[in-house]
Design a protein around this ligand. Structure first.
Ligand code: AMP
Ligand code: MG
Length: 178
């Protein structure tokens, strides 16, 4: 499994769409949303990060159980950390990360100013206007921890404004290794 992470607005989903491979792309947020719709009556995916952390953790456990059964070439589209009202919460707590077979950990990021602009231009989502630079820094710290824990290499890809193809090519190179 290749785990691809990135801040909301970094362009993770868009970069992933550009990659040509036989990988199946699974979206962690989709899996969470399915469960939380049923369990907690959540109606909007941007409400999920506002749920009490212990509820998010419960759902993460269910998602991890599902993912641990996945065979073959899978890319997981998820978050390094989630900006909850209670603080930055790890997207991959070690107790759940340990049940996954991880080949590589990829963080897609961009200039914080560009990310802020992308968020304000995306009417389909309720993106927070928060301290993007700090969240990005925290994500890099979480990424290094996940890499040290799993032994899988960490990759940071910059998705620069107007240079989507470069970011796609970098991710393509990683996917072609495994
Ligand atoms: P996305 O559409 O990729 O921005 O993901 C939507 C939402 O899914 C995020 O805002 C989080 O609430 C949730 N989510 C995604 N990945 C994780 C994760 N690993 N742990 C906890 N929540 C997550
Ligand atoms: Mg996305």
């Amino acid at each position: 499994m290749i785990i691809v992470m990135g801040l909301p607005g970094a362009g993770k989903t868009t970069v992933l769409k550009g990659v040509k491979s036989d990988y199946r792309i699974l979206n962690y947020g989709d899996l969470m949303f399915e469960i939380e719709k049923e369990k907690y009556g959540i109606k909007d995916r941007d409400e999920m990060r506002k749920l009490p952390v212990e509820k998010q953790k419960e759902v993460q456990k269910l998602v991890a159980e599902k993912l641990s059964k996945e065979e073959g070439k899978v890319i997981l589209d998820t978050h390094c950390s989630v900006n909850t009202p209670g603080g930055y919460y790890p997207g991959l707590p070690f107790e759940f990360l340990k049940v996954l077979k991880v080949d590589a950990l990829v963080l897609i990021t961009a200039d914080p100013k560009e990310i802020e602009q992308r968020r304000t231009r995306d009417p389909s989502r309720k993106r927070d206007i928060d301290d993007v630079a700090l969240h990005d820094l925290m994500n890099k710290a979480f990424l290094a921890a996940y890499s040290a824990f799993t032994g899988a290499p960490a990759v940071v890809i910059m998705n620069r404004q107007g240079k989507l193809e470069d970011a796609v090519a970098e991710l393509q190179k990683i996917c072609d290794i495994y």
